[in-house]
Write a protein that binds this ligand. Structure first.
Ligand code: 5GP
Length: 189
């Protein structure tokens, strides 16, 4: 997606070889017009995938996912990051390691928001090691539902997430694919 790549080059800041900050339009400040166009792009790609629900992970996945859900006219569900296990049997939970914070959280989904007939599209802001995406997939599959695709705004292709997901047979569609980061350097595939 060209306008996204231009925006990353203009405003993104590579803090190191692995971390990209895009706080001015995606992670802190949010450019709603850009999110709308991201939603259009995801809709175009996933419109024939039979999606019944769109899932995201709080909090930075929410903005692009709202726009996608609105345009696909589908329900959206936000997977919660809890600090500890919830002791009730109305939730699915799985432990995920956070790449940016270097700590574990319990990714949580209420049983009220999924059923075994669901075909789920998972959207997130970044794909790095694939931990968050794989956690979301575990929750969907534990419910007996199916993941029909993953929509990623920014993929860091030099990290293992995409390969892991592709090897397991998931359809990963990323709007910007970064091949290299370094202080002051951002390169796309
Ligand atoms: P993964 O689970 O694939 O290792 O990492 C994905 C999650 O970590 C995303 O949900 C995103 O919030 C965060 N993340 C990973 N890499 C970056 C990055 O370079 N910049 C920012 N802002 N977030 C990242």
């Amino acid at each position: 997606m060209e306008i996204l790549k231009e925006r990353i080059l203009k405003e993104g800041r590579a803090l190191s070889k692995v971390i990209l900050k895009v706080d001015s339009f995606l992670n802190h400040g949010v450019d709603a017009r850009l999110m709308y166009e991201i939603g259009e792009n995801f809709k175009e790609y996933f419109k024939n995938h039979g999606v019944t629900k769109i899932f995201t992970i709080e909090s930075s996945g929410i903005a692009p996912t709202v726009m996608t859900a609105m345009q696909m006219e589908l329900p959206m569900v936000i997977l919660k990051k809890q600090t500890s296990k919830v002791l009730n049997n109305n939730v699915y939970q799985t432990t995920v390691h956070s790449f940016t914070k270097d700590l574990d959280y319990e990714l949580t989904l209420s049983k009220d928001f999924i059923n075994e007939n669901d075909k789920v599209l998972i959207i997130d802001d970044f794909l790095a090691n694939g931990e968050a995406a794989l956690g979301a997939i575990r929750l969907v599959e534990e419910a007996g539902a199916k993941v029909v695709g993953l929509g990623i705004v920014i993929e860091k292709s030099f990290q293992p997430g995409r390969d892991l997901l592709n090897k397991k047979g998931y359809d990963v569609y990323s709007l910007a694919r970064i091949s290299r980061l370094d202080k002051g350097v951002i390169e796309f595939i």
